[in-house]
Design a binder for this molecule. Structure first.
Ligand code: ADP
Ligand code: MG
Length: 249
């Protein structure tokens, strides 16, 4: 396995702490994600995985520590924060599409509103992205007319439309019917192969084996263990990880 996290990672978290009242949800988190790296984050429910994603996009503030994205400390507000949000795509469990907009409009909204891309240009690129995720024929439909898998592929196309430097996926297939999981994972594997920097929270261990450069195992707000998929799955070094794997594999 190649080690991609070099001296100049895209993201570096150092000593990050976050509390929700008395709950210490992120505890001294140190984590770097290299350019082009795919990091899969796994761990029990409530371990802080979603919060980790949310602090990276500054949907949540941190109490202490530092997060550097592309060479700069995460901005607190204003234009710099808007730019960060457009550079870090996010794909959630619930697809969060605009129900009253067509599939193509969902994909072009960000570029036209935030980036001021001319409409025709945004639509052309939007159609290319819908093609890439395999749903160009659905462009004129509304989200409710699509399957869950198609809606999630729309959400991925929408994230790509902003030309993000990184995409965070928070359990992107957890809300899908089983027969639709693979079509979404296939799109994600394609992105990984194309060199997209990705942090993926998922319980899909097949995906982790296929696409991850590194597995990060979290429990109780801490990174308990990390390693290559082959190391982690064949010889996890902590009891916590062994116990977790025995329950999900
Ligand atoms: P995971 O994604 O690993 O399941 P989360 O990051 O969602 O974990 O949550 C970690 C812990 O923080 C959980 O105990 C959860 O209930 C709590 N939590 C998450 N968001 C909030 C919030 N906004 N306010 C209070 N507690 C929260
Ligand atoms: Mg979560």
């Amino acid at each position: 396995m190649t080690e991609i996290s070099g001296p100049d990672p895209l993201v570096r978290l150092e000593g990050v702490n976050k509390h929700f009242g008395p709950l210490h949800v992120l505890q001294d988190i140190d984590l770097s994600v290299g350019r082009g790296e795919v990091v899969v984050v796994i761990g029990p429910s409530g371990s802080g995985k979603s919060t980790l994603c949310r602090v990276l996009n500054r949907l949540e503030t941190i109490d202490s520590g530092s997060i550097v994205f592309d060479g700069r400390e995460l901005p607190a507000e204003g234009r710099a924060l808007a730019r960060l949000r457009s550079e870090v795509g996010m794909v959630f469990q619930s697809f969060n599409l605009f129900a009253h907009k067509t599939i193509l409009e969902n994909v072009t909204l960000g570029p036209t509103r935030v980036r001021k891309v001319p409409r025709q240009q945004a639509e052309q690129r939007g159609m290319e992205l819908l093609e890439r995720v395999g749903i160009a024929s659905q462009a004129g439909k509304y989200p409710a007319q699509l399957s869950g898998g198609q809606q999630q592929r729309t959400a991925i196309a929408r994230a790509l439309a902003m030309d993000p430097k990184m995409i965070l996926f928070d359990e992107p297939t957890s809300a899908l019917d089983p027969e639709m999981v693979q079509e979404v994972l296939d799109v994600m594997v394609g992105l990984a192969k194309d060199g997209m920097t990705m942090m993926v929270v998922t319980h899909e261990m097949g995906f982790a084996r296929r696409a991850a450069n590194r597995i990060v195992f979290m429990a109780d707000g801490q990174i308990v263990e990390e390693g290559s998929p082959s190391e982690f799955f064949t010889q996890p070094s902590t009891e916590r990880a062994r116990d977790f794997l025995s329950k999900i594999l």
